[in-house]
Structures are given as structure tokens and as C-alpha cells.
Design a protein around this ligand. Structure first.
Ligand code: PEP
Ligand code: MG
Length: 326
């Protein structure tokens, strides 16, 4: 079976009834490694920029960041690369920038930290934009956003960085790359129409969204059994996001672990998602699944799944569907 699954890697990710599903990769490793393993991806749905920062013992310079981002952007041409601005704090530590907190997942994380240190944010944004001038396949995503105010403030900094970069090239006709946010803090779910006025796209971070909706530390083994993205509350939240994205005509993707899980990707197709971003190791199994299902059948399961009271019932529905596939 594994050989069969692996052989799917370079096939088009399309359902039996002809619906194209974008299969994107979550990345953060060196471009060579990424190139080697990600050939089956339709682009990068999440480039975790903090990973290279975590491998160093000091902040990388603008030039160092520029070089790395150029390599990544070129490696994935002509596909798009969605780079997330620095998401440190929580469980992601920088040895050279220690943060001591009682409650790190509710603390100084992601955009909160970079808005307090605009110099870190501006250097990174300039490095990304300089790299994108050559390849034009960048979009920028903001992590850990919990209010529209943060989006407005971060966009001011991004506009400043873009101006500095493009002013250096008087003949530059390129538009500023698109800006989006991670949907991973539950508060945003209640302000999506307003948020839509400020962003070009969004991507669901189901790892953190599950953690914050269920109040379950994503890394605490003691409560690991409660961390379940199939919990009906999470599933209804994912459905709400998909429906609101359609109503607001905002492109939505999902880049948490659920997208790379065989049953998880099925659930997302049922809910109407069509852009899934995952670790490269999961690409072939997800493609295998996509190429065996019919969207027409899956959408019929939507109401039943949304009516489920327990995660087990949702798993059962999806298992049953898989067993009935020919
Ligand atoms: C997420 O929270 O789902 C996500 C993709 O971001 P990270 O896992 O890097 O926090
Ligand atoms: Mg996250």
C-alpha cells in the first residue's frame, strides 16, 4: 500500500468528480531539503520563518534573511510561498532572546512580540520583500493575531518596509505582496467580516485554534486525549470559518496538522475547504485520499457531521465512508 500511496506524489490532486484541491506544504527547513521532498506540492502554504532563527545563536541580519528567503522563493517558482512573520514565544524559544513567563501560550507570542519590537519585524519584512522583487511569488502572513488592531498596526509596518524596498528601485512596477493572517485565536471567529476588510487571505492554524478553543495545552501529554480537532466545537468553528470566507470572498486555507491527516483532510473536504497545507511527509497520503473521493458525496455528509455530538461519531461517519470507497 505504501508504494501505491508514494506513487501518488506527483499526480494532480483532483477528486474523482474533477474538483481540484490545492495541496501545499508546511516548510521551514533548508531549501535543498525542501526541494527534495516537496516536489508534489502546489506551493508553500506556511513557511515557518522562526525555524531558521531557532537554529542560530543570534538574530540573523537582514542580508542573511534575504539570502534564505530568496532561495526558498526561487526553489518553489512558479508556485506561491506564504511566509509567516516571526512566531516565537509559546513553545518556540530563541536561546539569545529568553522569555520567562508563567503562561507562555497566553503570553508574549508571535505578533505581540514583534509589534513591541518593530525593528525585528521591519528587518524581516524588508528581507522578504527584497527577495520577492526577483521572484514575485511571496505572500506574507501574520501569526497569533487576536484583534483587528494588531492587523492595522502590523500593516503599517509592512507598508513602511515595502516603501523602503521599492523606493530603492524607481522603475519598480510590482505591487506590494499580499498580506494575510493566521486564524488561530478564537476571538477572530467573531469578527471575520470586519477582518476581511483588512486582509487579502487567511489560513486556519488548527493546532493553536484547537488548543485555545478547548483550553488544552497542545504539548501537555497529561491532557493530550482532550486535544482533538474532531471535537464538534472545533469542527463547527472550522465550518463557520469556511462559510464566512465564502461570504466575504476571502481565500481560505488550513495549515494545522489536521490538513495532513487522512481522516482530517476528508473532514475538511466535507466542510468545503480546498486548500490544504501540511508537512511534506503527509502529501502523498493526502493526495491518495483526494484522488479517491467525490466532492458530490462528501458535501452530502456535511449536515450529519455538523450535527454530531461527539468526536467519535464524526470519526465513525468518515471511517464508514472510507470503507465504502471502491
Ligand atoms: C497552527 O497553530 O496550527 C500552526 C500551523 O502554527 P504553529 O503550529 O507553527 O503554531
Ligand atoms: Mg500556530
Amino acid at each position: 500500500l505504501q508504494a501505491l500511496v508514494d506513487s501518488e506524489r506527483d499526480e494532480l490532486s483532483q477528486t474523482r468528480d474533477g474538483c481540484r484541491v490545492m495541496v501545499l506544504v508546511n516548510s521551514g527547513l533548508s531549501p535543498d531539503a525542501d526541494m527534495a521532498v516537496n516536489q508534489g506540492a502546489d506551493g508553500v502554504g506556511l513557511y515557518r520563518t522562526e525555524i531558521p532563527f531557532m537554529l542560530l545563536d543570534r538574530f540573523p541580519s537582514e542580508q542573511e534573511q534575504y539570502q534564505r528567503y530568496s532561495e526558498i522563493l526561487s526553489a518553489f517558482l512558479p508556485n506561491n510561498v506564504c511566509m509567516r512573520t516571526l512566531d516565537v514565544g509559546g513553545d518556540k524559544e530563541l536561546s539569545y532572546f529568553p522569555i520567562i513567563e508563567e503562561n507562555p501560550f497566553l503570553g508574549w507570542r508571535g505578533i505581540r512580540l514583534t509589534l513591541d519590537h518593530p525593528e525585528i519585524f521591519l528587518i524581516q519584512a524588508r528581507a522578504m520583500y527584497r527577495a520577492a522583487l526577483e521572484t514575485q511569488n511571496l505572500s506574507v502572513m501574520l501569526p497569533m493575531i487576536s484583534s483587528i488592531h494588531e492587523v492595522i498596526e502590523a500593516k503599517k509596518l509592512l507598508a513602511r518596509a515595502w516603501k523602503e524596498v521599492s523606493d530603492d528601485l524607481p522603475e519598480c512596477s510590482m505591487q506590494q505582496p499580499k498580506t494575510g493572517v493566521m486564524l488561530e485565536v478564537p476571538s477572530l471567529l467573531y469578527v471575520l467580516p470586519e477582518l476581511a476588510k483588512h486582509v487579502d487571505f487567511w489560513s486556519v492554524g488548527s493546532n493553536d485554534l484547537t488548543q485555545y478553543l478547548l483550553a488544552v495545552d497542545r504539548n501537555n501529554l497529561q491532557v493530550a486525549r482532550l486535544f482533538d480537532s474532531f471535537n464538534p466545537a472545533v469542527v463547527r468553528a472550522l465550518s463557520h470559518i469556511q462559510q464566512q470566507s465564502q461570504a466575504c470572498t476571502i481565500p481560505v486555507s488550513i495549515c494545522g496538522e489536521i490538513a495532513g491527516d487522512p481522516l482530517g483532510c476528508l473532514l475538511l473536504l466535507v466542510l468545503g475547504y480546498s486548500e490544504l497545507s501540511m508537512s511534506s511527509a503527509n502529501i502523498s497520503q493526502v493526495k491518495y485520499m483526494i484522488r479517491r473521493v467525490r466532492i458530490d458525496d462528501l458535501v452530502l455528509m456535511r449536515e450529519q457531521i455538523l450535527a454530531c455530538e461527539t468526536a467519535e461519531q464524526i470519526y465513525q461517519y468518515l471511517f464508514q465512508y472510507i470503507h465504502e470507497l471502491d
